[in-house]
Write a protein that binds this ligand. Structure first.
Ligand SMILES: [Zn+2]
Length: 166
């Protein structure tokens, strides 16, 4: 029988288990990482038949595997990040300064669009706040960063770290 071999590490404690089903291995990984969210070194390694070794350090990484059917903008990982962006920049359009009180919807926009830069889709440094009118106007063809210099520098740094060609 083929088994999924899972190694759980939290700090210096290492536990190994075997699972018959992939869903069992993934569920256990998720639970473990959620429970050890604040443990400095928590990592789970899954060795499955006919697959490259998978390593997870954060339960949000797992979401991509377990919830493939959930649209990007509904995933917990995106919603968490979206909230961080709103908290950091406030709920005003960075282009026209309108807010929900002016009857617009506030969007969290990817400066470099997801379609062309998937590696930046979960980067806080790649997010800005736009109203839906400005967002539609900008579209995903124009790349325009409406944020302050520091945020722009942080994004440039991220792009160079990831060796992206922009
Ligand atoms: Zn606007």
């Amino acid at each position: 029988m083929t088994l999924h071999h899972v190694t759980f590490r939290a700090g210096s404690t290492i536990t190994r288990k075997q699972y018959k089903r992939e869903s069992g291995a993934l569920n256990a990984t998720n639970k473990f990482l959620e429970a050890h969210e604040s443990t400095p070194i928590s990592v789970v390694t899954i060795i499955s038949p006919h697959q490259p070794v998978r390593i997870f350090r954060c339960h949000t990484e797992l979401e991509e595997v377990t919830s493939k059917d959930v649209p990007f903008y509904n995933t917990k990982r995106w919603l968490t990040l979206r909230f961080k962006a709103l908290d950091k920049y406030g709920q005003h359009c960075m282009c026209c300064n309108r807010s929900a009180e002016d009857g617009v919807r506030i969007d969290v926009d990817h400066v470099y669009p997801r379609s062309k830069f998937p590696k930046l889709e979960y980067e806080l440094a790649n997010l800005q706040i736009l109203c839906n009118l400005c967002n539609v106007g900008k579209s995903n063809i124009v790349i325009k960063d409406f944020r302050d210099k520091d945020s722009q520098t942080a994004l440039a740094q991220k792009i160079s770290e990831l060796h992206l060609k922009v």
